[in-house]
Design a protein around this ligand. Structure first.
Ligand code: FES
Length: 159
């Protein structure tokens, strides 16, 4: 039985003409699946491999090379909240901010809040050094984030 739904399957197939080989679609396919299902289960790895004429191990190799992708045992929450841990942010308190968020969400880094709303992660420079400490809320920057701002952000994401 297939895991990936028809809509996602068609979106993956639609990418094929835009890439030099089927294998080159592996990364965008993994992104699509994770965006939709909040993880890439083993059954989805098999589906992607079948769609792209690859061995499941080849898809799994790509998936595990990047720390970005999650298996079904470690599913993402609705929102991915990344705290930058690189130098500019660290000098402006990102370690404290991370600790504050861990406490607030009841998780360690990499974990997902019990309500399934927020996964807390750390990242290398997210390109917003002028607004250190900075965080990424999925793809959007928030800059000069104090603990108070982080509390408001969490409340907004949980609403
Ligand atoms: S060091 Fe944090 S955004 Fe660049």
């Amino acid at each position: 039985m297939r895991f990936i739904d028809d809509e996602t399957r068609h979106k993956i197939l639609d990418l094929l003409p835009r890439y030099p080989s089927k294998q080159a679609v592996t990364l965008p396919a993994l992104h699509m699946v994770q965006d939709k299902y909040r993880c890439v289960p083993n059954d989805a790895v098999r589906d992607i491999a079948e769609l792209l004429d690859l061995a499941p191990a080849e898809v799994l190799d790509t998936m595990t090379f990047y720390m970005f992708f999650r298996g079904e045992e470690n599913k993402l929450g609705k929102t991915r909240l990344w705290v930058c841990r690189s130098l500019a942010c660290q000098l402006r308190g990102s370690d404290d901010l991370t600790e504050h968020l861990c406490h607030k969400l009841g998780v360690t880094v990499g974990g997902t809040s019990a309500d399934g709303k927020i996964t807390l992660e750390t990242a290398e420079c997210i390109g917003a050094c002028e607004g250190a400490p900075a965080v990424l809320v999925d793809d959007a920057h928030e800059m000069n984030v104090s603990n108070e701002m982080a509390d408001k952000l969490v409340a907004r994401l949980r609403a």
